[in-house]
Design a protein around this ligand. Sequence first.
Ligand code: CU
Length: 186
Amino acid sequence: MKTNIFSTIIFATGILAAMTFVSCKSNETSNQQAAQDTSQASSNLMQEGPAYDPGKIDPGAPVNSITLKTLGNTMAEMKYDQTELHVKAGSTVKIELVNTAKDSSMQHNFVLIEKGSADKVGPEGVKAGPANNYVPKMREVLVSTKLTLPGQIADITFPAPPKGEYDFICTYPGHYASMKGKLFVD
Ligand SMILES: [Cu+2]
């Protein structure tokens, strides 16, 4: 009889322990589930951010045509002929980049970037290298032209990004500090 009571107690304790284990386990699972749900929600939120798609051109939108020239034959001289571009929100922007240089070291592009990100994009452009026209793949880069050699022209057409101020730079190594300007979407 004594043994019976004792083994009943052990048995009951065992069941209790097993139940506790199962309930902890299921708590853990639902916590993991909650964590997954949260990260899912935040990544959805990020996707919903400024939905700018440079390939989404509205054929009915008015077109802002801009001819932007690159001037100078040395690192000290080089610059864009305009440092402020203004376009209307909702329009299509067409930029013709004309490289007027004669010196073969004067290779230029036009890279539209988020305001204030030149010091981040410029060095990454060098790493991206000539195979990528020195244009890094990063969130801060909105659109870019190919790299032009002296005498070449590059065209780019894109929808105006949301209203605001943007920077544009040339990402050829050593150029972004002086080859820069601002694009305002009014
Ligand atoms: Cu340049």
